[in-house]
Design a binder for this molecule. Structure first.
Ligand SMILES: Cc1cc2nc3c(=O)[nH]c(=O)nc-3n(C[C@H](O)[C@H](O)[C@H](O)COP(=O)(O)OP(=O)(O)OC[C@H]3O[C@@H](n4cnc5c(N)ncnc54)[C@H](O)[C@@H]3O)c2cc1C
Ligand code: FES
Length: 295
């Protein structure tokens, strides 16, 4: 496996990975497992990889996908053993545009170019009594390994996951099997609460509003469409709860060179009050209150 010099993350590598399986798990949603020890052995929760289908010029550029989970055995669904012994990485993707439409047709044994793990991950989230994972759409992919890592005698973990309709939820049992308390919301009411994830937060954490002085006990980790993350950010700010979000900015290089992925981050040192930060290297995880939301 060759190491890519352009990759800025010290543990990142470039490789060609083989597809172990690639199957549909929900409406327009697939799960792909790649044999990729260079990423599986070192990826941290919230990191991502850039993937590209070799021998294709359309799309020419790689696309970012969050590392969903890593495994030591190609046929298991339960991670286990030491991370450094892991060789397999799962990604879950929504069939959306050119790359994901082509990706869904790769079969076992096909090859894919991949570099990672990239980005900062969720490591800055403090130890808290109650970690609430908030996912919108395909945003759950960034959150499973974080929940699994933090769950323990001193920390309970809840997932609030919102989607348009019940058919969009895939492999929810990964979260339940990990011991995470799962709550779903759909806009059409086909499963769980009818409404958005913010409605779900209102119904599950009503006491959060009255817990000034105790708010440090709850922390939110959020990933999904930008308007949803902006709404969750406003919800947490109003309750003085800590919140980190993982931005899904469009990316061209993934390694800090092209500035395609910049987000406006508050910076008191600038006359404008904000400056651009590259989501691929200074993110994708940011403190929610530091982001200048456009919507
Ligand atoms: C750190 C990170 C992790 C991600 N993890 C996942 C994941 O685990 N699973 C998953 O399904 N997707 C994930 N994404 C999003 C995924 O990379 C994009 O949706 C990607 O563009 C899909 O490629 P495509 O060629 O299929 O679609 P494209 O042809 O690139 O896009 C189709 C349309 O969507 C628009 N678009 C592209 N990217 C975005 C974006 N980020 N936000 C809003 N609109 C966009 C384009 O302008 C275009 O109109 C992640 C993104 C980031 C930055
Ligand atoms: S994607 Fe190129 S700098 Fe971030």
């Amino acid at each position: 496996m060759a190491t890519c010099d352009a990759v800025s993350a010290p543990s990142a590598s470039y490789s060609t990975a083989q597809v172990v399986f690639n199957r549909r798990i929900a409406d327009r949603t697939h799960r792909i497992r790649l044999e990729c020890p260079g990423i599986a052995a070192v990826a941290r929760p919230g990191q991502f990889a850039m993937l590209r289908i070799p021998d294709r010029n359309d799309p020419l550029l790689a696309r970012p996908l969050a590392v969903y989970e890593t495994f030591s055995d190609k046929s298991t669904s339960v991670p286990g053993g030491l991370q450094r012994s892991r060789s397999f990485v799962d990604f879950i993707y929504l069939v959306h545009g050119k790359f994901t439409t082509a990706l869904q047709h790769l079969t076992t044994g096909s090859e894919i170019a991949i570099w990672g793990p990239l980005g900062n991950g969720f490591g800055m989230i403090p130890a808290v009594e109650h970690l609430v994972l908030v996912a919108g759409g395909i945003g759950q992919t960034a959150l499973l390994s974080l929940g699994r890592e933090r769950l323990g005698p001193a920390t309970r973990v809840t997932l609030c996951w919102g989607a348009r309709t019940a058919a969009m939820f895939g492999d929810v049992d990964d979260f339940r099997d990990a011991g995470i308390d799962v709550h779903l919301a759909t806009l059409d009411g086909s499963t769980g609460l009818r409404g958005t994830v913010v409605d779900l937060l209102d119904s599950l954490l009503p006491e959060a509003a009255n817990r000034s002085g105790r708010s440090g006990a709850i922390h939110i980790a959020c990933c999904g469409p930008e308007p949803m993350m902006a709404a969750v950010s406003r919800w947490t700010a109003g309750r003085e709860l800590g919140c980190h979000v993982s931005l899904e900015a469009p990316m061209a290089c993934g390694v800090g060179i092209c500035f395609t992925c910049v987000a406006k981050i508050r910076d008191a040192g600038q006359t404008s009050g904000w400056d651009y930060r590259r989501t691929c290297v200074e993110g994708p995880v940011f403190e929610a209150g530091s982001i200048v939301w456009e919507r």
